[in-house]
Structure formats: structure tokens, C-alpha cells
Design a binder for this molecule. Structure first.
Ligand code: MG
Length: 385
């Protein structure tokens, strides 16, 4: 690889964004940062911009524009404000790849815009494929755009598929850590608080995804994400709980052979692979040692206690805009749980209620997704237990 890859990072101040910048810093001969964006964390955004010298910075919250502008104007870095600016900057000619590390539905529009202008995507924002997987994958294939998964499970599957692209997949096995509440009964979860849910045993991540991991919604979203990324049917996707998070996921081929991708839980590896595929860069990430893990264990997911996983399978089965409804309801449910407005188990009640009440659209357009997201958020906000 001679020329540097020019990268736009949407959501550079979050967990994935900061780790991506670590990867870039360690490989500054391979990468250049073209765009950095943040919603509210303007101090960190300014610090990152001073260090990485991008061409453009976007601050989502328009009230923070002056602050960012004044800090970066002397450095000849262009500053824009507002969420709509994201969709414009991703189209810049100088960008080779867009890393979408925004949280939730907010990632949809800029991702569409990047694909429309032919940019390859390193996808960390799984909600984009959950909401509009059909539209996104169709558009990507029309534009000849590659979507490289950053999510560790999907990166694992992608890594297992290298050299196998003409061999049909029999099924994939997505591994799940089970989160902090693995093995707990419903009764034990009634009164759990956000502080407990925010303590993930293996991964250090943002608040939204950590709550999703505790409720198994994260795995549900990942099932839908996998369906679209790898063009699978529902019965080709299996979820297995693997508490050590060493096997990141597996692919079973038609001859019965299973390939697994393994390593210590560290998001830098899938981030780096998404940015360098098909190359593997030498890294100093900590190495896995089998002798430290004499036992790797596996169990069935508990669909009865963690109802979100089943709701995600239901939404995928119904198709149309139902995964969009599931996602919007879940985003509001997580917000409400983080504000102590609803209990842990009530998140599933709220989502189920929204799925029953929201208007169903069999073949949604982009506008239908926008309407459906909005309708569902209103239903979810009005939800009373
Ligand atoms: Mg994951």
C-alpha cells in the first residue's frame, strides 16, 4: 500500500472513534484523517483535530459551533455545524473510506449519502443496517461500494469468509457474552439499576451498546445486521452464549466445517481490519494465550428472561419496516432506562407494545423509514406501564 488511505470518522469522540484514532496514530504512514465529527464532545473534538489535522470538522450541536470554530480556524481546518452537514462532508472527493461510528438511527442518512457518492464504508453503526438493511445493501451493490464490518462478530465472520467467497454459507454462529446479567432469573432483574447494567464483563463500550448488551438487544440487532451483511436467511443464523468472548463468531460451510475467529476482546483489531482489508497490519495488541483460558464454554441464550433477542427475531421475520420500529422503540427504551423512568424488563414490554401498534409497511422507501422511526418514537415516549 503506497498512497495513504484518507478516512472520515463519523463519531470520532465515542468509544469506536477514539480507538480508530489510536489505530491511525500507530500507522500514520498508512492513514490520513480527512474528517472528524462529534455531536456534543467539543473539547475532545478540538483536541483530536489539533493532533490529526483533518480538512474538515463537524460539530453536530449547532450551539457549540463558535467554540469549535474559534479553536480550529487558525489551523486552517474547516468547521461545520449541524447534523445535516454530515451528509455533505462524507461526499468530499478526498475521502477513501467512511468509518460510521455514530450511535443509533442518526447514522442512517450520512451512510446513505456516503454510499451514494461511492465511498467505501467501515460500518460500526449497526443500527443503520437494522433500520434499512434492504435499502442500504441494494444501494451499495448499485454503487459498487464495499461495506466492511467493524462489529467484532461480523468482522469475525468476514475474516472467516476470506478465501471462501464462492463457497455457500450453511449457517453462521454469532457468539454473545451474555452480558452482566447472564444466568439471572426474571425476578432477579426486576429491580436492577443502570449502574449494574453498565458494567460489562468483557468489553468497554458506550452506554447505549452496553445496555443493549445487558438486555441481549445488541445480539438481536447483530442478527439483523448479519442477515443483511452476509445475505442470509433467518434459519441460517444461530446465537450461542460464550461468556469468555474469545471466539468472536463462526461460519459453518456446506461440508460441515466450521471456521472461528478468535482473540482477546479488543475492538482495535476489527477496526484496523476494516480499514486495511485485505491486508493485515502488524500490531502490538495483546496476544491471546490458550493457557490463560483452559476452558472456553458455550450455552443456549435465555430467550425467556432476555425477551429482546426474541423480539429482534420476530421483527426480522415480519420484515418491512418492523426492524426500524424495533430499533426506534429500543433507542427510546434505553434512554428511559438510563433516566430511571422504566425498569430493565420493561424495556422489552415497551418494544413489544410499539411493534404491535406501529403502522406496518411491507416495502418501505427511505421516507417510510423516516416516518416509521418518528411514529415509533412518539409511541415509545407515550408508553405507560
Ligand atoms: Mg458486537
Amino acid at each position: 500500500m503506497s498512497a495513504k488511505k484518507h478516512i472520515a470518522i463519523l463519531g470520532s469522540t465515542g468509544s469506536i472513534g477514539t480507538q480508530a484514532l489510536d489505530v491511525i496514530k500507530s500507522n500514520s504512514d498508512k492513514f490520513a484523517v480527512e474528517v472528524l465529527t462529534a455531536m456534543n464532545s467539543c473539547d475532545l473534538l478540538i483536541e483530536q483535530a489539533r493532533e490529526f489535522q483533518p480538512n474538515v470538522v463537524v460539530i453536530g450541536n449547532e450551539n457549540l459551533y463558535d467554540q469549535v470554530f474559534e479553536a480550529l480556524d487558525p489551523l486552517d481546518i474547516k468547521v461545520y455545524a449541524g447534523v445535516s452537514a454530515l451528509s455533505n462532508v462524507v461526499q468530499m472527493d478526498s475521502i477513501d473510506i467512511v468509518l460510521t461510528a455514530l450511535v443509533g438511527y442518526a447514522g442512517l442518512k450520512p451512510t446513505i449519502s456516503a454510499i451514494e457518492s461511492g465511498k467505501n464504508i467501515a460500518l460500526a453503526n449497526k443500527e443503520t443496517l437494522v433500520v434499512a438493511g434492504e435499502l442500504i445493501t441494494r444501494l451499495a451493490s448499485e454503487k459498487g461500494v464495499n461495506i466492511y464490518p467493524v462489529d467484532s462478530e461480523h468482522s469475525a465472520i468476514f475474516q472467516c469468509l476470506v478465501g471462501e467467497f464462492h463457497n455457500p454459507i450453511e449457517k453462521i454462529i454469532l457468539t454473545a457474552s451474555g452480558g452482566p446479567f447472564r444466568g439471572r432469573s426474571k425476578e432477579e432483574l426486576i429491580a436492577v439499576k443502570k449502574e449494574q447494567a453498565l458494567k460489562h464483563p468483557n468489553w468497554d463500550m458506550g452506554a447505549k451498546i452496553t445496555i443493549d448488551s445487558a438486555s441481549l438487544m445488541n445480539k438481536g440487532l447483530e442478527v439483523i445486521e448479519a442477515k443483511w451483511l452476509f445475505n442470509l436467511k433467518m434459519d441460517q443464523i444461530e446465537v450461542v452464549v460464550h461468556p469468555q468472548s474469545i471466539i468472536h463468531s463462526m461460519v459453518q460451510f456446506e461440508d460441515g466445517s466450521i471456521k472461528a475467529q478468535m482473540g482477546l476482546p479488543d475492538m482495535k483489531l476489527p477496526i484496523q481490519f476494516a480499514l486495511t482489508y485485505p491486508e493485515r497490519l502488524k500490531s502490538d495488541f495483546p496476544r491471546f494465550n490458550f493457557m490463560d483460558y483452559p476452558e472456553l464454554t458455550f450455552e443456549q441464550p435465555d430467550f425467556k428472561t432476555f425477551r429482546n433477542l426474541g423480539l429482534a427475531f420476530d421483527a426480522m421475520k415480519q420484515g418491512g419496516n418492523m426492524p426500524c420500529v424495533l430499533n426506534a422503540a429500543n433507542e427510546v427504551a434505553v434512554e428511559k432506562f438510563l433516566k430511571d423512568e422504566i425498569g430493565f424488563l420493561q424495556m422489552s414490554d415497551l418494544i413489544e407494545d410499539c411493534m404491535a401498534k406501529a403502522s406496518f409497511v411491507k416495502v418501505p422507501t427511505y421516507e417510510d423509514y423516516v416516518l416509521s422511526d418518528n411514529e415509533t418514537r412518539n409511541l415509545a415516549k407515550a408508553y405507560k406501564n
